[in-house]
Design a protein around this ligand. Structure first.
Ligand SMILES: *Cc1c(COP(=O)(O)O)cnc(C)c1O
Length: 455
């Protein structure tokens, strides 16, 4: 019984009166207005919208994991703690780096955690340094994380092949540079071939190499950032390691570090003593806690399950197929859209709308028209260095048949752009809601039911 002072006195008039069946139909219908990776190819570049195996969900829902209270004493949580320790080991293996924290809740949060360790490292050495170098093609979270951590950002241009050049980086180095943040493969989908030379130059100048590992889909099981000289790297478990993402749900952004940064890892850390796991806060140089409790543990269970199911060879196979699929699309789509750079791709590739100039059709229109063909849209207008960018990441979980259908849809849309541009510029025609006002949709979303007011 609610205490009387908490009970409302006025009635609840104005709420819609509907039956259970009407509610079921309403929400089922709403769910079908959406496109998702469960209904169609979702080639959103840099987001790795791969299939998330349902077995992960079954395991994450086991009551021993899902029902465990985050404050139970360590001796009652041994199963979950062991899972976390094993996942930590997998991530050490994949990154080639000696230690990992599972605390951060997303990629950007991992970046901030990593940079806080970089700052603590330099402070310990007597010069906190003030700047971070970031390539101009970087994901927006990189400069944002650096700024949040109190650093100034200096942009580094790429060379004509869409790659960083060690000589350019060297010219920008001095004893005020704390670190350089590099996404490899970069946001053009191109592998940074000079990465080791760059790591060497950074280290010679006393700076550290941050690798943005959000897109490990192109590397896992094949190449290790630790071998490339990375000092710190965040994973996005909700991309490469198949935990659900989108819709603002929980993510997970574990951070791997080199031996130099190991003392600064967030605490508490998992330690083993007398054959049992326990949390220890006995790390005097730790940057502290970055997340309540122990991170988004449900995501850790899913990622562990995924890696166990695939095994080491399976992870390698996933990477190879992700790269193969992207190059297949690259070869076929480049017949209808110009490529941003000629350099071969890894897990994604970037096109532009520049050949459509006279038709009046732009990247946004192509993205909208793809919805009519039943596909979700690629990432558009990113990376910023490519005007009218169309960034496609098919992932390894798509079949050749689906990729062929997507290629056919893009070819048809480019043909329409020349023959009947209005068909494209006014798209989508077949979705429940037509073209939105992109600005108002983002700035003034209507998310809440409000009782209609009397006229
Ligand atoms: C997705 C992504 C991020 C950010 O990850 P979040 O989990 O969305 O915070 C950072 N860098 C790159 C390269 C990414 O693709």
């Amino acid at each position: 019984m609610l205490p009387p002072e908490l009970r409302r006195e006025d009635g609840l008039d104005g709420l819609p009166e509907v039956s259970e069946l009407d509610v079921v139909r309403h929400f089922t219908r709403l769910s079908q207005w959406n496109l998702s990776a469960a209904t169609t190819l979702y080639p959103l570049g840099s987001c790795t919208m791969k299939y998330n195996p349902l077995a992960n969900e079954v395991v994450a829902r086991l009551s021993g994991f899902a029902g465990l209270h985050p404050l139970v004493p360590d001796q009652w949580a041994q199963g979950t703690l062991e899972l976390m320790a094993r996942l930590t080991q997998f991530l050490r293996d994949v990154s080639g780096m000696p230690e990992v924290t599972l605390q951060p809740a997303a990629g950007a949060h991992g970046e901030l955690t990593g940079l806080k360790m970089v700052r603590a490292y330099h402070v310990d050495r007597g010069n906190p340094r003030r700047r971070v170098l970031i390539p101009e093609s970087a994901h927006g979270t990189n400069p944002a994380s650096a700024a949040l951590c109190g650093y100034g950002v200096t942009e580094v241009p790429a060379g004509p092949a869409g790659m960083l050049e060690v000589e350019t980086v060297k010219r920008m180095l001095d004893d005020d540079v704390a670190a350089m943040m590099i996404t490899n493969p970069n946001t053009l989908g191109v592998f940074e071939q000079e990465i080791r030379g760059i790591a060497h130059a950074l280290h010679a100048a006393g700076a550290l190499l941050y690798c943005d590992g959000a897109n490990m889909n192109a590397l896992m099981g094949v190449a290790k950032p630790g071998d490339m000289g990375a000092d710190v790297l965040q994973f996005n478990l909700h991309k490469t390691f198949s935990t659900p993402h989108g819709g603002g749900g929980p993510g997970s952004g574990p951070v791997a570090v080199s031996a130099l940064l190991e003392p600064y890892l967030p605490a508490p850390r998992l330690v083993e003593s007398d054959g049992a796991w326990r949390w220890s806060s006995d790390f005097p140089k730790a940057i502290g806690r970055v997340r309540s409790f122990h991170g988004n543990v449900g995501m850790l269970v899913r990622a562990y399950c995924y890696m166990r199911m695939l095994g080491g060879d399976g992870l390698t196979d996933a990477t190879e197929k992700a790269v193969l699929n992207a190059n297949y699309l690259r070869a076929h789509l480049s017949r209808s859209l110009p490529l941003a750079v000629a350099t071969p791709s890894m897990h994604e590739c970037v096109f532009s709308d520049k050949d459509l100039g006279e038709t009046g059709v732009h990247t946004l229109d192509i993205a909208k028209r793809l919805l009519d063909y039943g596909f979700f849209a690629p990432t558009i207008y990113f990376p910023l260095v490519v005007p009218g960018a169309i960034m496609v990441e098919p992932t390894e979980t798509e079949s050749k048949q689906t990729l062929d259908e997507f290629v056919a849809a893009v070819e048809a849309i480019v043909a329409e752009a020349h023959a009947d541009p209005a068909q494209v510029t006014q798209a989508p025609h077949g979705t429940f809601i037509g073209r939105l006002d992109e600005t108002r949709a983002a700035r003034r979303p209507v998310l809440r039911y409000r009782k209609p007011t009397a006229p």
